[in-house]
Write a protein that binds this ligand. Structure first.
Ligand SMILES: [Zn+2]
Length: 60
């Protein structure tokens, strides 16, 4: 079984974590309703994304 040679010290672990933790959460403004939304995600308020709006399948 593959086992790490040395225990990662507390500081090394924290330094490694910082690289992933420091990424800022990017928000953008929705073109349709103007509310904050995640980049490259559907708008949580109106369901709008890049010319498309989320369609509700009410026929089923
Ligand atoms: Zn919106």
């Amino acid at each position: 079984m593959a086992v790490p040679k040395k225990k990662i010290s507390y500081s090394k672990k924290r330094i490694k974590l910082q690289k992933t933790m420091e990424k800022p959460i990017t928000y953008s403004v929705c073109n349709q309703c103007g509310s904050l939304k995640y980049m490259h995600h559907l708008c949580t308020n109106c369901g709008y994304y890049e010319k498309y709006t989320a369609q509700k399948n009410e026929s089923r």
